[in-house]
Ligand binder design. Sequence first.
Ligand code: AMP
Length: 546
Amino acid sequence: MTKALFGQMMDSPLLISNILSSAARHHAQLEIVSRRAEGDIHRYTVVDLQVRAKKLAQALERLHLDAGSRIGTLAWNGYRHLEIYYGVSGSGLVCHTINPRLFSEQIAYIIQHAEDEIIFFDQSFQSLVEGLIPLCPHVKKWICLIDPALMQSSELALDNYESFIEQESGDFEWPIFDERLASSLCYTSGTTGNPKGALYSHRSTVLHSYASSLPDSLSLSARDVILPVVPMFHVNAWGLPYSSLLVGAKLVLPGAKLDGPSIYELLESEKVTFSAGVPTIWAGLIQSMKLKNLNFSTFKRVVIGGSACPPAMMKTFQEYGVEVIHAWGMTELSPIGTVAKLKASDLSKSIHEQELIQQKQGRVIFGVDMRIVDGDLNALAQDGKAFGDLQVKGPWVIQQYFKASESALIDGWFPTGDVSNIDPDGHMQITDRSKDVIKSGGEWISSIDLENVAAGHPSVMMAACISVAHPKWDERPLLVIEKKPDVQLSNDELKADILQFFIDKVAKWWIPDDVVFVDKIPLTATGKMQKLKLREQFKNHPLPCL
Ligand code: AMP
């Protein structure tokens, strides 16, 4: 056996603090714009961001926390939250972003499970925090992210962020440590059972930032102005707080105002070119623009993911001159796994065929590998037809949940819980969440396909398709519809019209057995349709017994 010959390149660890210090050094004019709870628009440069992140690191150092201690946040997208992202991870602590839209019992569970030492919170969550304090006595400090003059009085001991960092000089060197150390923590918002933590490392975060910026990924560059609508408490805003600084793009943080008119105003006033969010957010933006006959002047690309992007939404964005980039991922994947981008060989296909490819969830970005398997873990053909359980692996894919005693992997692969097919060109298409698939007479019906068709009907605001028990077929699809506000047809007329709308768009036996109308489709804390709740609500819905 000969001696191994190592390369002779520098062994610099991939650390999150490098992203910030590199941006401050090479893109010093880079602007970070935030809509603040104080009511104004705040602007500063990445150099200011670094000074304040370092002040925060110094203030935290005074508390003598152990390396790897968890520091929680309950906050919207804003510059102080960004300072926490960099200041906490950069100093060897773990930035634990908590989703404030969860039930307070779940939040308390998450804070206890993570053993957060300090929680930073936006003032809009003060009453939530006051309820959490007695449940989480181990938390040493609760620090409010607001100008000190605007602090609301409280009977409980709350600290102020500006006061916490004001004495510090900002003269601080980011420590160098092993890139595999933990940097941040995010809990999955599972609809059943307790939330589970995905613990990211510096290495996984930096690699994900590189990979997600590639041309066939989100294609980010120093010419972009990036507005993450996806919250910084949902899988690190899909990595954009890191990747935007990595490429040197201006960052616009929308705060708590995520309604259509407020987002539109920022897109226009800050000359945004790129944004990202779940489909439900965009439905609100498009509706408010249609009402006022508005157009975009700079907005060019939008990443839609988190749940399937309805083709009708893609078309509408295209009509506004905005390219929809459909992406798939999950908390356990940091989150991006696949992105729907055309290959050179796709360019000779018809526009319709190209649209069908862009509606899929896409191709893996290098670093992630994927396969589909049957119930016995046999790998299935990548022929675009066979569908099975989607498994992934790669350096930004979780191998174990935080504090879990066992690996999360099966055979070295992470089981995503999604059901999909993969075509010979590597374009992957999710047909369902495994628990949402409708099993009719031994065959599977894709609830996502049916929802996509229904969402294209002019009177439909949102559509959820769920399985209902059926005496002959085991399960059959029931369509739950939230109507657009101005629909004139009666429910019976609309139901007949929607069912008619399915003819020639899906196989006859896939057409839902019935349609029901609800005022609002319930959404999860991350803006996804709560199908579990709908299944419970309609479990006894009578279906025609054909
Ligand atoms: P989360 O961890 O909350 O981000 O949820 C991840 C899950 O969201 C995935 O396992 C999918 O079921 C779903 N998901 C994410 N992106 C998409 C997409 N583009 N199309 C369909 N489902 C998606």
